[in-house]
Design a protein around this ligand. Structure first.
Ligand code: NAP
Length: 287
């Protein structure tokens, strides 16, 4: 039987509809949630991501303030901007679009963001809070994956979860979130031995590798729920298209459910940025 397709776009629209109501309630009390987005340079993919985030924010009534800086901007100037936004009471969230140019240390800039305004959840403080089980702003992509998993499976308690990838922005926080849900979690990476065997353990399999169609159907436990985080642009049939880290055609014959690419995790990532921004605005205004 073919796997159920988990519609990330529909889930994201539903979450955003709820958030729009919350934003209206906050606005009625004099608080308009606001996010500052810092974009350095002309990277086309980053420009698309920022455009999509700003568009979603506008739909929800969230104010966004774009700071576009030339690729030559100094780290010092970036830190000054972050400092100014940290002190601006009308800005509830600060997002630094990655990647930054090579002469800038991205973690230094990110860690300059006040943790309460770190709506991407990338600061060391928020990563640490998540790791020790304190309330934190959680990175948007793994948060979106978790929401999809819970919407589809209900309780995740006791399930075997395998996360392929250990980046700070996806794999590690994903594993922390699954652990918090009482899954038994395995994190796999490029040095993992016999990856297909490890993947087959997962009732839940999260792929965050960055390799097109890397995980095939025969690596998947029959009936597993597969979350495909990958976004890879490939050339095919004379054009180009986006594919995930999972080979959707073979995986869909084995898995119980799977997120498509595009239309799976991607829309949830942006919706969760809005979720974090509203949460940050609430926390900072005491509402
Ligand atoms: P990343 O920082 O490059 O991390 C990739 C991870 O995959 C690393 O931990 C790496 O292991 C592991 N890996 C690489 N080759 C492997 C192999 N042959 N076998 C097993 N593991 C392997 O990437 P990322 O930022 O986490 O992103 C992962 C994917 O998600 C990318 O396609 C990215 O575009 C996508 N993404 C999507 C969204 C979204 O909104 N949908 C958001 C963020 C990222 P090592 O640590 O050992 O090197």
């Amino acid at each position: 039987m073919a796997a159920v397709r988990i519609d990330g776009k529909a889930h994201a629209d539903e979450l955003c509809a709820r958030l729009a109501k919350e934003v209206a309630e906050l606005a009625a009390k004099g608080v308009v949630p606001a996010i500052a987005v810092i974009l350095v340079g002309e990277d086309p993919a980053s420009q698309v991501y920022v455009r999509n985030k700003v568009r979603r924010a506008a739909e929800l009534g969230i104010r966004s303030l774009e700071h576009r800086l030339p690729v030559s901007v100094s780290q010092e100037a970036l830190l000054e901007l972050v400092d100014r936004l940290n002190r601006d009471a009308e800005v509830h969230g600060i997002l630094v679009q990655l990647p930054l140019p090579e002469h800038v240390d991205p973690q230094a800039v990110i860690d300059a963001i006040r943790p309460e305004k770190d709506v991407d959840g990338f600061t060391v403080q928020n990563a640490g809070r998540l790791a020790v089980g304190q309330p934190a702003l959680v990175p948007c992509t793994p948060l979106g994956c978790l929401m999809l998993l819970k919407a589809h499976l209900g309780s995740l308690e006791g399930l075997e979860a395998v996360v392929v990838g250990r980046s700070n922005i996806v794999g590690k926080p994903m594993a922390q979130l699954l652990l918090r849900e009482n899954c038994t979690v395995t994190i796999a990476h490029s040095k993992t031995r016999d990856l297909p065997r490890v993947c087959r353990r997962g009732d839940i399999l999260v792929a965050a590798v960055g390799r097109p169609r890397f995980i095939r159907g025969d690596w998947i436990k029959p009936g597993a729920t597969v979350i495909d985080v990958g976004i890879n642009r490939i050339s095919e049939g004379g054009g180009s298209r986006l594919v995930g880290d999972v080979d959707e055609a073979s995986a869909a014959r084995v898995a119980g459910a799977i997120t498509p690419v595009p239309g799976g995790v991607g829309p949830m990532t942006i919706a969760c940025l809005m979720y974090n921004t509203v949460a940050a605005a609430r926390a900072q205004s005491g509402l």
